[in-house]
Ligand binder design. Structure first.
Ligand code: FAD
Length: 321
């Protein structure tokens, strides 16, 4: 049965996040030929709305209000409840991002709906869609079906394919005035640490360092390799705890969960808590001077050696590609 599915698209620094396109891909599957309606919250988002149409949204709603220009749980919950009340969708898809993780349980509670979070794949099975999500820190996967009520899911970035961009796709992009008031918190300003510009949670290539980098300076060769590859730099908690880098780089059970096409682990032993955040990467390369390091058990390619020799060699090689 065809369904109407709403997608919350995310914009950061004026740019749509890739997970928004992936959410449209997921929503297409869930809708079974029904309608996919993308929602953008904020102001001045017409161009982003057009881009969502090119990636497959049948229609885009711009929920416009000055208080939605920066994210707040209260504001977004109010706006989305109004859009949902207006559209009465059968399904709702959000990215399993910091925003989606914060917003989705609150929305599910307000809608008295179930929620399947952190979906990594989905497939049709008769009239239902079967959603797969990792459990026990990625050691097992469970498959879930929603047979009744709103099909509400969050999807893990970098796992579900978006549709190909097609600029000939057309769809209505219209504004919906939403009433946002009595916010308990108002974001006045967002101050971000300087970064290379590649968002770790959406990066296609990650070069990650562990305690084996030995110092803050030890991250420099990793950053050089990352620059050549257009990659983001990540870290183990060992490296963060040792103060070699900022905790915003931490990957793992208590850090970010990433699924890049290529993960290069440098001087990381491969503790289960680290694997929880990166073991679903498509190709894993491990560089470690200990041939017994457990990271090698999940690596597709292993290099036994000193990262301070191996990483600069790789950087030089990739410069010539
Ligand atoms: P180590 O285990 O010390 O490994 C360093 C590696 O570097 C070694 O294998 C060594 O052989 C290699 N090495 C040293 N020098 C070189 C060199 N010159 N060249 C090449 N290789 C070299 N960890 C996370 O990463 N993410 C998490 O989210 C996380 N959450 C946790 C949650 C809980 C509740 C707990 C208890 C732990 C958590 N941990 C997490 C910590 C985790 O258990 C490990 O302690 C941590 O991952 C180890 O980091 P590491 O691999 O960098 O360091």
């Amino acid at each position: 049965m065809s369904k109407k599915v709403l997608v919350l698209a995310e914009v950061r620094d004026g740019e749509l996040r890739n997970v928004s396109y992936e959410a449209i891909g997921a929503a297409k599957e869930i809708s079974s030929g029904g309608e996919v309606v993308a929602v953008l919250c904020g102001e001045g988002l017409n161009e982003a709305g057009q881009s969502l149409v090119h990636y497959g949204a049948d229609r885009v709603i711009l929920a416009e209000h000055s208080l939605l220009s920066t994210y707040s749980t209260d504001g977004y919950v109010q706006a989305l409840l109004q859009v949902i009340g207006h559209e009465k969708p059968d399904g709702l898809v959000l990215g399993h991002t910091a925003l989606g993780k914060d917003l989705s349980p609150r929305l599910a509670a307000r809608l008295q709906s179930g929620l399947i979070s952190d979906v990594t794949s989905l497939e049709q099975a008769g009239d239902n869609v079967v959603f797969t999500r990792p459990i026990y820190s990625g050691k097992a996967f469970e498959k879930k079906v929603i047979t009744d009520g709103l099909v509400f899911v969050t999807i893990r970035p970098n796992n579900i394919s978006p549709l190909e961009k097609d600029e000939s796709r057309s769809g209505d992009v219209s504004s919906l005035a939403v009433d946002v008031k009595d916010l308990r918190t108002i974001v006045k300003d967002v101050v971000r640490k300087a970064s290379t510009g590649v968002d770790l949670s959406e990066a296609k290539i990650i070069v990650a360092g562990g305690r084996g980098v030995k110092s803050e300076d030890g991250f420099k060769p990793l950053q050089e390799l990352a620059d050549v590859l257009g990659a983001a730099v990540g870290a183990s908690r060992g490296a963060c705890d040792a103060d070699y880098c900022d905790y915003s780089l931490q990957i793992g059970q208590t850090g970010k969960v990433v699924t890049p096409d290529l993960y290069i682990a440098c001087g990381i032993s491969g503790a289960i808590q680290h694997l929880a955040g990166m073991s679903n990467s498509k190709v894993i390369v491990a560089i470690n001077k200990d041939p017994e390091a457990s990271i090698f058990s999940i690596a597709d390619y292993g290099i036994v050696g000193d990262l301070f020799e191996v990483v600069p060699l790789l950087t030089e090689e990739f410069k010539n590609v």
